[in-house]
Design a protein around this ligand. Sequence first.
Ligand code: AMP
Length: 283
Amino acid sequence: MNIIKSSKALNRYLNTIREGDSKVTIGFIPTMGALHQGHASLIDESVKNNACTVCSIFVNPTQFGDEADLDKYPRPIEKDIKLLMEHGCSILFLPAYEDVYPKNYTHKEFELNNLDHKIEGASRPGHFQGVSNVVSRFFDIIEPTYAYFGQKDFQQTAVVRRLIEICKYETTLKIVPIKREPHGLAMSSRNVRLSDKGRKNAAFIYKSLTQLRDDVPELGLKESVSKAKQFISAQKGARVDYLVAVDSKTLEEVDQIDDAESIAVLTVVEYEGVRLLDNIILK
Ligand code: AMP
């Protein structure tokens, strides 16, 4: 695996590959590091389908509202490199802040059709504009054929789909299913902040989502959502930040299963001081 730290060097290297073979495809996985098996499933998907896989590790300050959260973000780089090598990644892109955001860079405000303001965006103002800025910088540098994002960050996939549309990127978005711990908790770099017991207990989040899915035929969507919220709130130390059923494309809230062609339920639960994201696709 090649480790490249400069965007110019990466761009040059990828252009050489493209010039050598016009049919070559490049798969790209943007990450913030502290890699786990969830990230690995994105790498595997890209390695399977592309001659060249680029993974970036960059803890993007513009998508953190809370400085303490940014400072606390784990950065186990040696372990990350090992995982990437084991999974056959071709290039690790490891840029410095000044390379991603040079002095003359002006932070852009993308027209995201309001996708950035609702749900997770309401809890984290500016977050999705920060994500869009870093993703568009990386797309400009890498010009990937395919970009792999996790279903785990469901709203992020809707934002990236919109970004590709408005910037007319020739990149195709690929969404990879959520990888879970054996007991059901969605894998996340933040899970290391949970106690061992908390990590096992937090399976109640996924349990509430699967129960919700099973409840819908009998109780209807609205009632099932409300039951799931009550179930989570009844768990000691858990607080529901949000739990909403939405149209998968517009992220508008829906009350009934027939209200949209595709529906997902998105949730964030605060548990042991950690924000845990999860979701389930209902249809
Ligand atoms: P992050 O490093 O948290 O920015 O995540 C990088 C990418 O990995 C994003 O596209 C995430 O959605 C994806 N990802 C994170 N956790 C998981 C998981 N448990 N399963 C699948 N993909 C994931």
